[in-house]
Design a protein around this ligand. Sequence first.
Ligand code: UDX
Ligand code: UDX
Length: 459
Amino acid sequence: MSHKKNILCIGAGYVGGPTMAVIALKCPGIRVTVVDINEEKIARWNSDDLPIFEPGLDEIVREVRGRNLFFTTDVFESISQADIIFVSVNTPTKSFGLGAGAAADLQFWEKTAHQIIEHSEGPKIIVEKSTVPVKTAEAMQRILSSNKKGIHFEVISNPEFLAEGSAVQDLLQPDRVLIGSLQTESGRKAAAELVDIYAQWIPRERILTTNLWSSELSKLVANAFLAQRISSINSISPLCEKTQADVGEIARAIGADSRIGTKFLNASVGFGGSCFKKDIMNLVYIARSYELHETAEYWEMVLRINDFQSRRFVNRVIRELFHTLVGKRIALFGFAFKANTGDTRESPAISVARHLLEEHARVVITDPKALENARIDLADVLDRVELEEDPYRAAAGARALLIVTEWDEYRRLDYEKIHASMEKPAFIFDGRNILDHQALHRLGFNVFPIGKPALTHYA
Ligand code: UDX
Ligand code: UDX
């Protein structure tokens, strides 16, 4: 089958892989290639053992791979053939030099721009898919325009809004697709080309076009707002614990106001994941670079509340366990940053585990999918941590259970059996409010939810 158009995606990561698989599925007339410098990753994309797990992804890849979806490491050949190039390489927080710990590290992006110049023979549309600081497109446009071959490259922005665990669904039925371009004739034309691609399966009214900078900034602001909702409800949770109010009831009461809405109001031990913290730090850095200190401080508070919440969670464990954790076995139920993933990037479990170790507790961690990553995250303290696949064995002999990830299986455990195997008095600290607290209390546990009255067997 000959294809009308060639799309290339540079970066076969969490974003690039699923996005291209869905474009290939929905646009059989387009040839889609995904390239990555990591040979092992590409080999896995070409195997039955894909490098990432997302519900529904295996089936889609099986259907389109070899038809109009191809994975390769040959970056040069693929660039020269592409009409549209998505750039989806990673943009981590800078760990060195100016802006270390706050700004985005754009070295991979810039390297990619130079590769594009080197291997292009004709005009191309470059789609910024990675989350980047505002005005990155301008820098990229400048680099790309510096080519000596007289080739026109049009840089447009198309940020992703995938959440882990629902990436395929988010791609098939997105709330919206955002495309930003320069408001020039060639900018608008490039945006329209991308709109036509998405319009093959997404209603046009859900495809928003904006100027380039609005699009780049919207991505950061969307994540900042989502994180802010969690910090807002989390900031209320200690107040609930002091006043006998119930944070779950408050979330329900305020969420019923359609202007506020019900989602992202679950109080928790804190948010994690690869995006929220990174994107807020990025936003803060940009605001500071324009000397907008109030804006910067406002968003910084979202991160401060998040740190406060996980620190507060551990402080409560210390206080309730009679002000000392020395030598006590404490079981962490869950290490992933959220359920249904093995991803532990920025997981609150990491700081919880480290704070417990500072108190000389004996920490045991169980998680259905994240123990491999826990081993890496805690490499420097592994001699003091036990990793245990079986939650029952993790709990045996423990003084306290800490629910850190909202895995469904933790709702279904036999807590009577668990209680019998624990040291007494036994405690549960439910950092996700997923358990039946009354039932646990009846079994003999002292129960400490987030933002709800504690249920204890002592005054
Ligand atoms: C990345 C960014 O981290 C995120 O900010 C953005 O929104 C989308 O792209 P993700 O797909 O999760 O997200 O990153 P990752 O899974 O690390 O994938 C990036 C891939 O790019 C890696 O497979 C890496 O090997 C590849 N890469 C990196 C290249 O192919 N070439 C490079 O020069 C650098
Ligand atoms: C997020 C955004 O949702 C997505 O649009 C963006 O593209 C990438 O970042 P993700 O990091 O996969 O996606 O996870 P998300 O489901 O948003 O959860 C982030 C964190 O917030 C998790 O640690 C989760 O447990 C926590 N959370 C979420 C809460 O603590 N309470 C809530 O009510 C919702």
